[in-house]
Write a protein that binds this ligand. Structure first.
Ligand code: FDA
Ligand code: NAP
Length: 448
């Protein structure tokens, strides 16, 4: 579909990753239930087609959540968009069950997302980067809407659409260490596969990976397997890789109910979520991957063929690009330094959470903030604004400070996008009732 200039929608979604895909499905299922007066929606995605962290679709990397935490099941267990329906449609349901494993590969989950997306193409426009959200100019056709500016990434043209509600879901922001600039041989993990293939792998004789999270472990393993001729250096600040806690009690922090405990909790309660359970997700690695890396290193010791090198308690002090190589200055915590020349270095140094400030631009001054400078957000993920701004601005992501650890993860997207859909539908009903009441009053005035 192609949203036209000046069209007006009940909902405009910015970004079409899993979060807004789940929202689009939720709105579609609402329509299927009521049949009349559909909620009109348009989603804009800057990529040319659907893609979920494509540059990290490494062979055999597995999901970090159960297949039941798909786009819909926790909101609507009988949805036709579930992972189980996908398996059934592929003729693979029995085979999947025979595996007796809750965790599909990321590649299979990506196929599932693409399968679900293929039923939603009527609401999404690709190659479309949203560049601004604005209040409408005085005298505009839709004064109670915000105006969304969309740039076509293929020809640079711009169009504007109006929205009663905006749902910002632009995802995580790759994070590089201060002073390190990305380049031909200096990559962030979010661009890994594209850069790897561009670099002509056979020529990569020495590579380094920085970080001790899941991305770093997966890329280190990938390099070691795919480049049998290469020296592989793993550089990380900790003593060793730490395990991701996915045991049942800890896993409860990803339950929908935990959002309420976090949202309505006091400061010490929220702080305890992070203090005790950060290791469920951040800077940690799946048990199987840790063991695989250790086994590789052990086998190399046994066979005197060492080419996987761990530089623990070490940080990268500087990187200088030098033609097709990068010179990396490493510094151990005890201050000892050492230089490394590599053909490529990957910074698997994580992501910053989504921050809508830049997109909001001038509109941000209508959005209230708390004492620590974070946006205030209602339980149903709506930015709290001053009364002048009557449109709903919702966030999918970037609400770690109000809604907790699941804010940027898949675990809760089915429930969260359902809550946002409900809020939008309720808001529209209230708007329609208010308009009808105003009409009645106007008619009564005229006839009096
Ligand atoms: P996501 O980042 O997926 O999508 C945002 C979209 O917005 C992108 O497609 C982007 O192009 C688009 N966009 C950005 N700015 C735009 C603009 N201005 N205009 C238009 N479009 C714009 N979590 C989990 O629970 N289980 C898991 O297994 C994993 N696995 C995983 C693997 C890897 C490699 C990473 C990096 C992360 C995960 N995660 C995860 C966490 C991850 O955040 C989560 O899986 C989803 O990507 C969240 O979906 P969203 O739609 O919110 O963001
Ligand atoms: P991450 O968990 O935030 O890990 C980043 C790592 O980089 C940490 O070890 C961190 O160390 C280190 N680091 C940060 N700055 C550094 C610096 N300047 N020098 C050296 N090291 C530095 O990031 P991630 O591994 O990319 O994971 C992000 C999200 O994606 C997580 O939710 C993860 O589960 C998910 N993911 C999932 C899959 C999958 O589904 N298979 C694959 C990859 C990622 P400190 O902790 O000391 O800061």
């Amino acid at each position: 579909m192609s949203a036209r200039n000046n069209d007006t929608y009940d909902v405009v979604g910015i970004g079409f990753g899993p979060s807004n895909l789940s929202l689009a499905i939720s709105l579609e299922e609402h329509h299927a239930n009521v049949l009349t007066n559909p909620v009109t929606s348009a989603f804009f995605e800057r990529q040319p087609q659907f893609g979920w962290h494509r540059n990290m679709l490494l062979p055999s990397a597995t999901m970090q959540i159960s297949f039941l935490k798909d786009l819909v099941t926790f909101r609507n267990p009988v949805s036709r968009f579930s992972f189980v329906s996908f398996l059934h449609a592929q003729g693979r349901l029995a085979q999947f069950v025979n595996r007796k494993d809750f965790f599909p590969t990321r590649q299979e989950f990506h196929q599932y997302l693409e399968w679900a997306e293929s039923s939603m193409t009527n609401v999404v426009t690709y190659n479309s980067s949203v560049t601004a959200i604005r209040r409408p100019p005085p005298g505009a056709e839709a004064p109670d809407c915000v105006q969304i500016e969309v740039r076509d990434t293929t020809d640079g043209s711009t169009r504007r659409v109006n929205a009663h509600n905006v749902v910002i879901s632009t995802g995580l922001e790759p994070r590089m260490p201060d002073g390190v600039v990305r380049g031909e041989r200096v990559w962030h993990s979010s661009e890994f596969l594209a850069q790897y293939h561009r670099a002509q792998p056979a020529q990569l004789k020495s590579v380094a990976v920085v970080g001790a999270g899941q991305s770093a472990a997966e890329i280190t393993k990938f390099f070691h397997t795919q480049l049998p001729h290469a020296q592989v250096h793993a550089v990380f600040p900790s003593y060793g890789y730490s395990i991701a806690d996915d045991t049942p009690f800890a896993n409860q922090i990803f339950d929908a109910a935990a959002v309420d405990d976090y949202y309505y909790g006091d400061d010490p309660t929220r702080e305890a979520f992070w203090r005790y359970h950060r290791n469920t997700n951040y800077g940690v690695v799946d048990n199987a991957d840790i063991r695989a890396l250790y086994q590789i290193a052990y086998d190399e010791d046994v066979s005197h063929t060492k080419r996987l090198h761990f530089h623990n308690q070490t940080k990268v002090k500087s990187v200088t690009a030098d033609g097709h190589t990068a010179r990396v200055l490493l510094e151990r915590l005890d201050g000892a330094q050492r230089e490394l020349g590599v053909d490529a270095i990957v910074f698997a140094t994580g992501y910053a959470t989504m921050d809508p400030t830049h997109l909001l631009g001038d509109l941000d001054r209508y959005c209230l903030r708390d004492e620590s400078g974070h946006h205030r957000v209602t339980r149903d993920y709506r930015l709290v604004t001053t009364p002048e701004l009557t449109c709903g601005i919702y966030l999918q992501g970037g609400t770690e400070h109000t809604h907790g650890l699941t804010s940027s993860l898949l675990s809760n997207i089915a429930v969260r996008s359902g809550e946002i859909a409900d809020a939008v539908i309720k808001g529209r009903t209230e708007r329609e009732l208010a308009a009808a009441a105003a009409q009645v009053l106007q008619t009564a005035d005229k006839s009096a």
